[in-house]
Design a protein around this ligand. Structure first.
Ligand SMILES: [Zn+2]
Length: 298
């Protein structure tokens, strides 16, 4: 069986037969993509990008419904992701409405197996919206502070600091939570995330180490269910701790670590669009873990 070809531009194309075989093997064994990925490495000695291999189940679904649309004349287009569906736009829209950043929306969408049509990133979301004409950029010089304050007042918030169109620090008048958002969200009177996600709802803070990264890093993250919903979206890593807490406490801890360990931030490219900003130099693991443990127990 032909496994892959390299096109004139040097891009690797995996053959349909090979992709089909991998997806069917994965389905038969009831593996997650991480396991299937490892199997391909062991069996064929090829390390396909995890991001790439993860898209194959959606490809396979489309392919089995209509193999004719994947005729050989089209092979150069096969690896292109399908166009965005209405469902995906709705998901993004509802994320924007509760005040999540594109990066946070991308993380949520990657966790949702029902809409896992592709690997979502902040830039991917931004360009999909731009193609639909949904995110008209604002000119920062055009922001009127008074207008900004008035709009915030309507949403029950106040202005803390205005740095640029995309960096406006605001405070919720009700729960006093402070966060940064863009002018677009202010214009749309986006509500406070703490008042939308119940502050006392169950959340976990996890600490994991990416020891194989070019810049070995420790990540502090928040999830409703790390082991079942977040773990498999990350490349190889080691779990240091998973603490049970509330959404509010988890957010506070995340912010605290950001403030105290900001200078050790590594932003590893391996996690682009997948939580790269909450990563710190791996030598900080024990200190960070100690602080979080103390905050939760003390
Ligand atoms: Zn609030």
């Amino acid at each position: 069986m032909e496994i892959k070809t390299v096109d004139t531009k040097g891009n690797i194309r995996y053959s349909r037969k090979f992709k089909q075989m991998v997806v069917e093997k994965r389905n038969k064994e009831d593996w997650n993509w991480r396991q299937a990925h490892n199997w391909v490495i062991q069996e064929y000695g090829i390390d396909i990008k995890y991001k790439t291999i993860k898209t194959w189940s959606v490809w396979y679904k489309d392919y089995s419904v209509c193999p004719a649309s994947f005729s050989s004349a089209n092979t150069s287009k096969v690896s292109r992701p399908p166009p965005w569906r209405q469902r995906e736009f709705e998901e993004v829209q509802s994320g924007i409405e509760i005040g999540l950043s594109y990066r946070e929306i991308a993380e949520c969408m990657n966790e949702d197996s029902e809409i896992n049509s592709r690997y979502y990133t902040a830039t991917g979301i931004a360009s999909a919206l731009a193609r639909k004409g949904l995110n008209k950029p604002y000119n920062s010089t055009a922001i009127d502070i008074q207008e900004c304050k008035d709009l915030l007042k309507d949403a029950g918030q106040s202005l803390v600091e205005l740095k640029s169109t995309h960096h406006i620090k605001v405070k919720c008048n009700q729960c006093e939570y402070e966060w940064v958002k863009g002018f677009m969200n202010i214009k749309n009177r986006v509500g406070c995330i703490m008042c939308v996600i119940p502050p006392n709802s169950y959340h976990e803070v996890y600490i994991i180490e990416f020891y194989t990264f070019g810049n070995p890093s420790v990540k502090v993250g928040i999830s409703v269910d790390y082991y079942n919903k977040r773990r498999e979206n990350f490349p190889e890593h080691k779990v240091i701790a998973v603490y049970k807490t509330t959404y509010k406490k988890a957010k506070e801890l995340e912010n605290l670590i950001k403030e105290q360990y900001g200078i050790y931030r590594t932003t590893p490219p391996e996690l682009q669009g997948n939580g790269m900003t909450e990563c710190y130099d791996i030598s900080m693991t024990n200190e960070i873990n100690k602080i979080i443990k103390e905050q939760l127990n003390g």
